[in-house]
Unconditional design. Structure first.
Length: 240
């Protein structure tokens, strides 16, 4: 089984970290391929960058010239999953939806701890669109930019832990979700500090993608995610 995991930003070190975390839970025989868009923002923290990332992710996947069995979009609250589902005949899993789906199996309510305050509406909208918002106790911002997660790991960890503890004590969350692909790998230490289950969207997505492939299931093509109608598309695929 080969799974493509696509970073939404163009920072290669984040792609590598995401792919390594994905490999940590991949079953024997599952190959994880990390892809980085060839254009876009170094970090995605708003609508403009998110819409650009959606095109970058689709471009990266369509340019991959080897067989694959599933795709994971590794951006929290980002646009584009629906476009991939129209273009592909294999399962497409978004880490936002994967994290929430797993969290709801573990507790009555969950909270998401993410990066900047400006990203909260994107995450809330994605959860609402997916029908996963009814058990969301809160979405909390750590106040850190995506790249600061790499540049200042100790400060980042402390800020994330503080918000996770507040989510449990004030918002009555029973499960915490790490709301950024760049937070991957922090789940164990935050679990120890908060005493509640902590879900990493990347590893949740890998596990769900493998299950869908093994079950022989993929996106319904009856209506919503039917393949695009044949027509002239100016400038697509993008020139390389």
């Amino acid at each position: 089984m080969r799974i493509l995991i696509v970073n939404v930003n163009t920072t290669e070190s984040i792609t590598q970290a995401i792919a390594e975390q994905a490999r940590s839970v991949a079953a024997p025989g599952t190959e994880i391929i990390g892809l980085t868009p060839r254009f876009g923002a170094v970090s995605v923290e708003g609508n403009f960058e998110s819409y650009m990332a959606a095109i970058g992710v689709m471009d990266a996947v369509m340019a991959y010239d080897q067989p694959f069995d599933a795709v994971i979009q590794a951006g929290y609250g980002e646009h584009g999953r629906e476009g991939l589902q129209e273009l592909l005949d294999v399962p497409v899993v978004d880490i936002t939806e994967a994290g929430a789906s797993v969290a709801m199996l573990l507790g009555r309510s969950y909270s998401v701890v993410t990066t900047l305050d400006r990203t909260l509406p994107l995450i809330e909208d994605r959860l609402r669109l997916a029908g996963l918002d009814s058990r969301c106790a809160s979405v909390r911002a750590s106040g850190l930019a995506v790249l600061e997660l790499e540049q200042e790991p100790e400060r980042a960890l402390q800020a994330i832990v503080e918000q996770a503890e507040l989510a449990v004590s004030q918002d009555r969350a029973e499960v915490i979700i790490l709301g950024c692909g760049g937070m991957t790998g922090l789940d164990q230490i935050i679990r120890e500090r908060t005493g509640v289950p902590v879900v990493d969207g990347v590893t949740a997505a890998v596990t769900l993608a493998q299950a869908l492939v093994r079950l022989g299931l993929s996106t319904s093509k009856v209506r919503t995610y039917a393949a695009p109608r044949p027509k002239t598309l100016r400038g697509w695929p993008l020139p390389r």
